[in-house]
Design a protein around this ligand. Sequence first.
Ligand code: PEP
Ligand code: MN
Length: 264
Amino acid sequence: NTSITIGSTTDCTPVTIGADSSQPVIMAGPCAVESRDQLLTTAQAVKRAGAQVLRGGAFKPRTSPYQFQGLGIEGLHLLAEARTLTGLPVITEVMEPGMVETVAQYADVLQIGTRNAQNFPLLLAAGRNSKQLPVLLKRGLSSTIEEWLLAAEYVIAAGNPNVILCERGIRSYDPQTRNVLDLSCVPLLHQLTHLPIMVDPSHSTGRRELVPIMSRASIAAEAQGLIIEVHPDPNTALCDGKQSITPEQLEKIVHETAMLARMM
Ligand code: PEP
Ligand code: MN
């Protein structure tokens, strides 16, 4: 099994995912970086709750062009400041090939979102990033396992073996949940690939009340990490508030999933 170290090039506490690390890696933070105050408050709170990596979107792939698009470069600066403050490595999304090097200057993990899961020029650019930063590759909105693994191959073929797969739900017909969390893909992927596998219980369900139990279910299915949206005041979030949990709820998930992983 591939083990990938996150945060070895910046001023933070590195984290390893994959191989025999028995503790799940919890990445947590807001969907979007909204302000300095919001990000620094959330970063300290998720650290206190036990998360090992801070997430936060600076460039947001929003469905409508009239929705909040993220703070862009300013968001990257704030993420770097939050890292210095907390010692947490940072993951953030990159949406275009031409921005890979810029994002890589600030991030510890490059996130490729579901909408870009088959953006081959972006995958190649992420694979060539000069710091060899790990790439977290979300499953495409309706991608098959094979398409997803071949997308990962684009990053690897470009020279970067550090790919983390992340199941974030696939599209189906029932709007009761935002997507359908395909948990069986986790054990299946363990048979098919040596890459670390994570689950995103936030985007897969779209409902905050389902996040704790699907987090536990993901770890029971042998996911090696979780990426969870956390906001100090979810109801006022500029993006994805309905699926965002509070830092207090995160702390409980961290404890429960650590306990579960120890039992397995
Ligand atoms: C996100 O992590 O905020 C995000 C946009 O995720 P996805 O690409 O899975 O929709
Ligand atoms: Mn989101």
